[in-house]
Design a protein around this ligand. Sequence first.
Ligand SMILES: Cc1ncc(COP(=O)(O)O)c(C=O)c1O
Length: 359
Amino acid sequence: MKKVEIHPDAVERVKKFTINDTQLGFGKYMSPIMIQAIYANGEWQRFDLLPYAPLQLDPCSKVLHYGQEIFEGMKVFRHPDDSIHMFRPEMNARRFNQSARRMAMPEIPEDQFLEACEVICAYSKHLVPKRLGESLYLRPFMIATEVGMGIKPSNQFLFIIVASPSGSYFAGESVKVYIEREDIRCAPGGVGFAKTGGNYAASLNSYAKTIKLGCDQTMWLDSVEHKYIEEMSGMNFFAVIDGKIVTPALTDTILDGVTRRSIIDIATGEKLTVEQRRLSIDEVLKGVQDGSCTEAFMCGTAAVIAPVASFLDKDGQVYTLRDAQGKISMQLREKLIAIQAGRMDAPAGWVYPIRELSF
Ligand SMILES: Cc1ncc(COP(=O)(O)O)c(C=O)c1O
């Protein structure tokens, strides 16, 4: 594993940096430092902790034309004893490498990925917010930097981690969902399971439509039959039907969410029944109408759990959940937040303590 070189000007910058705002928002503030690693000649050359700064990229860098890019999103929480902990970062490290393989990009050894995350967290410790639901959001990403217009995998890459002290994304408000029945985002055999920018770019037109129609989130259906629920643009989906928690089974068109897995584990531990299977939009809408679907929610690192208030269909029909702040979704949300914040014992390996530094 390569040691992360610490640049003194980065340390000076972060030491002096404070935020005096109780409304942190999401991604509004950045820690003034970043990790940067360079890949060339078939290997990772070096890892540095640098001052946060704009990148200088050649206009013909492949990422700017062909979208060879991947990223991750994960959170660091302050526990009541003031120590700070990443939440299940090994899962992000593994998923980052899955994305890298699909996008013809180099993997980063998991221990190297975790070490780089730990260094930026350790130096940003005083920027990890204190209040329940707040966190330091980490955004590791990799871009193709080889210069040239040829459509082929890059042989040079930059890996960067930036960190943002953040509030909660939705703060538990319930969300109006627009069912996207026309556009598709990910096809079988494609890159849906990879966390790559193109998947999000493909969702933006529908996002604009979603907002125009007064909704908050777009729901994606499968691209073959336009019938089965896949996920939201940035979150996985769950419904509570006949008292059972149902979520679409993972396929290569769905992102394997860390929050989704954690919710399944917590719910199973609470002796709730969880089904991972094909879930059609008709089953959910019929369930909302006849009362068998009592709750629906979406989940992801940023929002944790956001309950669904209603679904809007293409024909304008609105299906309103009887109980938007559902009992089961709120119970799971509270438990997950308590585990993340160190207010409840975590299952083995879920919290990753960040070492103390004196600098
Ligand atoms: C498309 C998509 N699905 C699901 C998720 C939820 O994944 P996680 O719980 O790992 O944040 C995300 C967020 O990263 C996402 O972008």
